[in-house]
Design a protein around this ligand. Structure first.
Ligand code: CA
Length: 427
């Protein structure tokens, strides 16, 4: 089926501000709460939120096989579970309905009032009920930087790294959408030069610039999916700030890997940008040397050219951009990650989320964490208000943005923005 929704000549009758991340060619999916306290699945064009539940009730999806309440839900799991054919039919229909040349909804003021909201009047929710969350570690630059700081510069990459998309299982219980503040975690650390650990607030709270992909039902237990087939099971992507406490991490991560240093909070952008919308931005990734084992080998372009940036906004001050990176720097592709994930028969379900791992580029201004940007706190970053940061302070808001752009279209993710609060106090 052709993806007519991607037609770059199409214009919408809804207004789209210049440089918007959400032209009619994007058509992402999310879940929002209206002022009337109704939760619905929706999409977005420009600064308009579109209620897909209302569109379905008013029969605008006729001819597409959908369960009656497909969009009148508080998660996208059922829709994602329906598979790629349904996603394409629905995106194509939405593009057609909001096409400037189509009067069907454009000229029906009563229906427009029911279906369309101002983005400022809705509250974005988590788009999916995330059953399982896996986080990879797939940026060679990031793994090298962290290995250099935490272990040994001469053996920064462990011997398995160039053969395996290394990952671990995270917690889905603490994944929150953009806008929800995070508390500085408490934890056990070993202060520098000491032999006995202490318990208290983490002193080294950090962000990790990542993206994540959301899957449909991929396999049955025991089944592995060949790398050449994995892409059809990936619904779309979001921005991910994988909050990390470096002092807790350093003390706890040997021998089993990250635990409480990572699972206190992970923030995601609320709109899932579909892989279909991202197709025009496929590009090649880094050359893989040595050649991976056959079950991870693929030909052609499987990375994506997604510009990423991170800013810190102190309380009552302007935001300062502190990093510019790109998803295309990732060594392992999402299709390789998913093939590897199912290679032992591990089941992957609709609504599962897989983090890319911190996305660090080759230059110091493209590193994806404070740990790397300040090199463990040795080189503080100066913000535009004159203050310095080694890590994230209480009251700081971390803002991540991402977009793709070519001569014809800009497809973006919006942002994931979250404020760090002092440790939680029980009332
Ligand atoms: Ca991570």
């Amino acid at each position: 089926m052709s993806i007519t929704a991607n037609d770059t000549n199409r214009k919408s009758w809804l207004q789209v501000p210049e440089n918007s991340d959400f032209p009619i060619q994007n058509i992402p999916f999310g879940v929002f709460l209206t002022k009337e306290d109704v939760v619905t699945v929706g999409t977005r064009i420009g600064d308009s939120a579109i209620d897909l539940g209302a569109l379905q009730q008013l029969n605008y999806f006729k001819g597409i096989e959908l369960t009656d309440d497909m969009f009148m839900q508080d998660t996208l799991n059922d829709f994602i579970s329906d598979g790629q054919k349904t996603w394409r039919l629905v995106r194509n229909r939405i593009a057609d309905l909001f096409d400037a040349k189509n009067p069907e909804l454009r000229d029906n003021a009563k229906h427009r009032d029911i279906i369309i909201f101002n983005m400022a009047d809705v509250e974005m929710q988590l788009p999916v009920l995330i059953g399982d969350y896996t986080d990879f570690y797939s940026s060679k630059e990031h793994a090298t930087n962290v290995g250099t700081m935490f272990r040994d510069p001469d053996n920064a990459l462990l011997p398995n790294w160039l053969h395996i998309p290394v990952g671990y299982h995270g917690r889905s219980s603490s994944i929150v959408p953009s806008g929800i503040p995070i508390h500085r975690p408490m934890g056990q650390t070993l202060p520098n030069g000491e032999t006995q650990p202490v318990f208290g607030p983490s002193k080294l709270v950090d962000f990790e610039l990542e993206t994540a992909f959301i899957t449909t039902d991929v396999n049955i237990m025991g089944e592995s999916i060949p790398v050449g087939e994995t892409e059809q099971y990936i619904f779309g992507m979001v921005l991910l700030n994988d909050w990390s406490a470096r002092d807790i991490q350093k003390w706890e991560y040997v021998p089993l890997g990250p635990f409480l240093a990572k699972n206190f909070a992970s923030s995601i952008s609320p709109w899932i940008v579909t892989m279909d919308a991202l197709q025009p931005f496929k590009t090649s990734g880094p050359e893989q040397v040595p050649t991976p084992l056959p079950y991870l080998q693929q030909t052609g372009d499987h990375s994506f050219d997604i510009n990423l940036e991170v800013a810190i906004q102190p309380e009552n001050a302007e935001a300062t951009v502190i990093s510019n990176s790109n998803f295309k720097y990732m060594y392992w592709t999402m299709s390789q990650q998913l093939a590897h994930h199912t290679s032992n028969g591990c089941r992957v379900n609709s609504g599962d989320m897989m983090g890319s791992g911190t996305i660090s580029g080759p230059t110091p201004n493209s590193y994806g964490s404070m740990l790397e940007l300040t090199w463990g706190g040795k080189n503080p970053i100066k913000l535009s208000d004159g203050t310095e940061r080694k890590f994230i302070n209480d009251g700081d808001t971390v803002i991540m943005k991402g977009h793709c752009k070519n001569d014809e279209v800009r497809i973006g993710f919006g942002e994931v923005s979250s404020k760090l609060l002092p440790p939680f106090v029980r009332k």
